[in-house]
Design a protein around this ligand. Structure first.
Ligand SMILES: Nc1ncnc2c1ncn2[C@@H]1O[C@H](COP(=O)(O)OP(=O)(O)O)[C@@H](O)[C@H]1O
Ligand SMILES: [Mg+2]
Length: 149
């Protein structure tokens, strides 16, 4: 487990940019934390690191958005699936050619792959965030170690 404290949106994005450099097709990252914690901000940093040119916005009304980049990004926000147990073909994304990022992953817990990089963000105050990275599986443990350096 790895923890960062950030003091600004930019600092949060910088962690995500660094993480993006280590990612491969098929990687899965989950982002949990309250509304306004910084899940979408973190995703924007990942997109920047993946050299995605389009602006990444919260996909709340579409659940999944796909972006082209050095590696494609599949950005999910599954907030609206709370309690629905609905499978909208998650595996195709998790096993696809892109990196999948899932905001509010707790709502689709049973569909998530066992191996994943779990990130939770907590709002400490207006500017400060506590970012906890919990890797599941060897690959993500390795990524987590590299991120620490
Ligand atoms: N240290 C920080 N890290 C990330 N976001 C921050 C930070 N400080 C302030 N913010 C602000 O908090 C908000 C986070 O919003 P957003 O990323 O959309 O959250 P979520 O997707 O978790 O609902 C943004 O307005 C951002 O500018
Ligand atoms: Mg969001």
């Amino acid at each position: 487990m790895l923890m960062f404290k950030t003091q600004s949106e930019m600092e949060t994005k910088e962690i995500a940019i660094k993480l993006a450099e280590m990612l491969h097709p098929g990687d899965v990252i989950t982002l949990d934390g309250d509304l306004g914690a910084g899940k979408t901000t973190f995703t924007k940093g990942l997109a920047e690191g993946l050299e995605i040119k389009r602006t990444v916005n919260s996909p709340t009304y579409t659940i999944i958005k796909e972006y082209e980049g050095r590696i494609p990004l599949y950005h999910m926000d599954v907030y609206r699936l709370e309690g629905s147990e609905e499978d909208i073909g998650f595996d195709e994304y998790f096993e696809g050619e892109g990196v999948t990022v899932v905001e509010w992953s707790l709502f689709i817990e049973s569909y998530l792959p066992v191996n994943r990089l779990m990130i939770s963000i907590e709002k400490v105050d207006e500017q400060q965030r506590s970012i906890t990275i919990n890797p599941k599986g060897d690959r993500y443990e390795q990524i987590s170690k590299e991120l620490k350096e």
